[in-house]
Design a protein around this ligand. Structure first.
Ligand code: GDP
Length: 430
């Protein structure tokens, strides 16, 4: 029987986690999102079509799988309802049976998005590249206890009084600090009716649900957003997200703090990409970058922004594997490198006259320069490979080289976006 498992990103996000969750949900009964919000996206391609999921767990496409949005997520009712409508339009059922929202998930209000916009405008060219989905203001408010748990909405009068107090405080910030218009308090009732209350049928004590599921022997998959280098504490602060992207947080953000999942699948892309601002040591520019971006279709799932690209960064990836405590790796998009004569890999950084393989402290990163080496390319279409032996020797050698360097078994090698485009390695392929 499969063990409880967390799927996480090892680098900057967009590694192909959604695709991996979609693949392995067949082995699991429950899929839980435990952090983050609608600020990033998972792209999933399957028999129903192509989807960019932001909040919905990627298990939504499998019949019989229960999907949970845990207490750790930034619950944006507007985004979530729109997403539910999108998948329903393609014939997928979304009901309180297969989607459950934690009553302890805090609500992302419209003023969080407004605050994000005001702050980005204030920062001008010093901005961090926010997706303006209100995530940073939301998490700040959650930790200063100035937002509302979804379950509060079941007691309407109490909830409205709580929201009114919060809005009064928030409007002091809008008018006093930013010199902006206040959020009109008369609009909040309509907003609650139009969005938040429509989700109430899905809201329940998901902690109790997960405990009962464990007792019944159900297998749980935890799905993360973004990657280790975007983690608030251990990432490239302040160019991080505002939540914990690490596997260690999964049981807490999911609502089952006593569980210790034994399996952690770290998803690594065969090259590097990064969205938004911040240090990205392995970055390529010019023609080489354009070619790689085109080959990999590297445009943001949420924003459509061209992603910054570069070769696989072993310094960052080794660090990510350690922080995530990965027990196995899924290497994605290997097929994208097929056009290259030789495959570039960043093996070390040069900083302050030293060559290092250790990932530097965040404020040192802008001084680091990549040391790039090359391994032999394979120069053929590998997208039809389904067994280890179907891959050309050079591609297998590249996978084994990466595996040695990062010190973790590469169990999955993804060679295309479709569900079945993957080589699953067994013990004898090692
Ligand atoms: P996530 O947020 O980690 O799920 O990643 P994204 O959805 O932003 O990016 C992954 C993109 O790569 C999606 O468009 C996937 O369909 C696509 N993808 C995933 N695995 C592969 C692969 O092995 N080969 C190719 N060519 N595309 C892939």
């Amino acid at each position: 029987m499969e063990k409880d498992c967390v799927i996480v990103g090892i680098d900057w996000g967009d590694e192909g986690k959604g695709r991996m969750v979609d693949l392995i949900t067949s082995d699991y009964d429950v899929v839980v999102r435990y952090q983050g919000g609608g600020n990033a996206g998972h792209t999933v391609i399957n028999a129903y079509g192509k989807f960019a999921l932001h909040l919905l767990p990627s298990g939504i496409f499998r019949k019989g799988v229960v999907n949970v949005l845990g207490n750790g997520v930034a619950l944006d009712p507007e985004n979530l309802l729109a997403e539910i409508e999108t998948v329903r339009a393609k014939g997928i059922e979304v009901t309180p049976e297969n989607l459950k929202i934690s009553d302890r998930a805090s609500i992302l209000f419209p003023w969080h998005r407004k605050q994000d916009e005001l702050e980005e405008a204030r920062l001008k060219d010093k901005k961090f590249g926010s997706t303006k989905q209100g995530i940073a203001p939301f998490y700040s408010d959650k930790y200063q206890k100035k937002t509302v748990m979804f379950g509060e909405l079941f007691r309407e009068e109490k909830a409205k009084a709580h929201i009114k107090d919060i809005l009064e405080w928030k409007n002091l910030l809008f008018t006093g600090m930013y010199g902006a218009e206040p959020y009109p308090s008369e609009e909040i009732d309509l907003w609650l009716e139009t969005y938040a209350k429509k989700l109430l049928p899905f809201v329940c004590d998901t902690g109790a649900f997960l405990k009962a599921a464990k007792k019944d022997g159900k297998r749980i998959l935890f799905e993360a957003q973004l990657g280790a280098l975007r983690d608030l504490d251990f990432g490239i602060y302040p160019y991080t997200t505002s939540s914990t992207t690490l596997a260690a947080y999964a049981p807490i953000g999911a609502g089952l703090p006593s569980l210790h999942p034994e399996r952690v699948i770290g998803v690594v892309k065969a090259y590097s990409t990064c969205v938004g601002e911040g240090p990205f040591v392995c970055e390529w520019f010019g023609e080489d970058a354009d070619k790689l971006r085109e080959a990999g279709g590297e445009y943001g799932a949420k924003t459509g922004r061209p992603r910054r690209v570069g070769p696989l960064d072993l310094v960052a990836t080794r660090y990510g594997v350690e922080e995530q405590g990965a027990t196995e790796i899924a290497l994605t998009k290997l097929d994208v490198l097929s056009y290259m004569d030789k495959i570039p890999v960043v093996t070390a950084y040069e900083a302050e006259g030293n060559v290092t393989k250790a990932f530097p402290f965040p404020s040192m990163l802008d001084e680091a320069r990549p040391v790039t080496e090359y391994v032999k390319g394979w120069k053929m279409d590998i997208s039809k490979a389904r067994k280890w032996s179907d891959l050309p020797k050079e591609a297998r050698d590249y996978v084994l080289y990466v595996e040695r360097e990062i010190g973790c078994f590469i169990k999955y090698v993804s060679v295309g976006p479709e569900r079945e485009s993957v080589v699953i390695r067994t013990e004898k392929d090692r």
